[in-house]
Ligand binder design. Structure first.
Ligand code: ADP
Ligand code: MN
Ligand code: MN
Ligand code: MN
Length: 373
């Protein structure tokens, strides 16, 4: 299988240098979402002391014309630090710093969906909205072929792979293990992992996270996965349907609750939220992948544990529905519900914003409302 040149460099030799003392300096890797709304970019700077909070991190800039984010003539873009994590690659005291992107005039960049998401979350902070997202992904070799698949064919049909164990069932577990531990070290709120239905497809869950933390933690978890895969010479794909035909696609199921839903008799509030979602299905489909629904159309066929993209449905324990109420939630009459529609390559800021707008702010139109504050 084709592998990347950098994966073949000796990690043993690199380790010698990584063990050198770094004096009193700190390396901060600034991370941002690029102009595609899917890709991540990063660059590093030296700080004179360890930052204790986000206020200790300076703003920075980058060349937006190289990231599909601006014209060459006005290419300086600003990086505004918004969330800080421990760096599992360079280790303490070094940092990963998630940033919002602002334009040369300090206006919010088009692909900075965090800014408006944060405003919406601030409007409903007293409802304590919790999210948990199940990020599915597919491991590919450098040739774009799923990792571990025969180079000129297909593995045996789906069935033994979901939560499977053994060389012929679990393809690429080293990456899953490395990513899980790196997320724990970083302080990302990873909740679990499992092997998926298609071989070389896996899932990790992040949550429950309150408000804006959902998007922040999921984006950093994705960054860590890309970075781990780079060490192994593997590529991670968040494409919602990497292999056509009788192979499951990749989604990003989004679990959602508010304080009233989690309390006694909360099922009533869950059912109310589902009725709001029923009346606004097209808006949600548009918000649930970076191409306004056309990516997800390849996945939401009504087969392979998905609902049809054109229909809204909801049910207890129903994995073929748009919205599933977990069986335990039905029994306990409180808890949360699962929106199964978001695509694996969704922007979690767009998904969580849409849920709040429809379920809590009770918006009904096909377009999001403007709020004056
Ligand atoms: P599934 O059964 O659909 O595969 P998972 O176990 O993969 O579910 O994921 C469930 C997700 O729901 C986890 O990320 C978890 O943190 C999240 N979750 C659990 N309770 C709540 C809650 N009350 N509100 C929001 N999310 C929740
Ligand atoms: Mn799951
Ligand atoms: Mn899954
Ligand atoms: Mn699920």
């Amino acid at each position: 299988m084709a592998t990347s040149a950098s994966a073949q460099l000796s990690k043993q030799v690199k380790k010698v240098y990584m063990e050198l003392p770094q004096g009193d300096k700190v390396q901060a890797m600034y991370i941002w979402i690029d102009g595609t709304g899917e890709g991540l970019r990063c660059k590093t700077r030296t700080l004179d002391s360890e930052p204790k909070s986000i206020e200790d991190l300076p703003e920075w800039n980058f060349d937006g014309s190289s990231t599909h984010q601006s014209e060459g003539s006005n290419s300086d873009m600003f990086l505004k630090p918004v969330s800080m994590f421990r760096d599992p690659f360079r280790r303490d005291p070094n940092k990963l710093v998630l940033c919002e992107v602002l334009k040369y005039n300090k206006k919010v960049a088009e692909t900075n969906l965090r800014h408006i998401c944060k405003q919406i979350m601030d409007m409903v902070y007293n409802e304590h909205p919790w999210f948990g997202m199940e990020q599915e992904y597919t491991l590919l070799g450098m040739d774009g072929h799923p990792f571990g698949w025969p180079s000129n064919g297909f593995p045996g049909p789906q069935g033994p792979y979901y939560c499977g164990v053994g060389s012929d069932k679990a393809y690429g577990r080293d990456i899953v293990e490395a990513h899980y531990r790196a997320c724990l070290y970083a302080g990302v709120k990873i909740a679990g992992t499992n092997a998926e239905v298609m071989p070389a497809q896996w899932e990790f869950q992040v949550g429950p996270c309150e408000g804006i933390d959902m998007g922040d933690h999921l984006w950093v978890a994705r960054f860590i996965l890309h970075r781990v895969c780079e060490d192994f010479g593997i590529v991670v794909s968040f494409d919602p349907k990497p292999i056509t035909g009788n192979w499951n696609g990749a989604g990003c199921h989004t679990n959602f609750s508010t304080k009233p839903m989690r309390e006694e008799g909360g099922l009533k509030h869950i059912e109310e939220a589902i009725e709001c979602l029923r009346s606004r299905h097209p808006y949600h489909i548009r918000s649930y992948d970076p191409k306004g629904g056309s990516d997800n159309a390849r996945r939401l066929t009504g087969f392979h544990e998905t609902s049809n993209i054109h229909e809204f449905s909801a049910g207890v324990a129903n994995r073929g529905a748009s919205i599933r109420i977990p069986r335990t939630v039905g029994q306990e009459q409180k808890g949360y519900f699962e929106d199964r529609r978001p695509s694996a390559n969704c922007d979690p800021y767009a998904v969580t914003e849409a849920l709040i707008r429809t379920c809590l702010l009770k918006e009904t139109g096909e377009e999001p409302c403007e709020y004056k504050n």
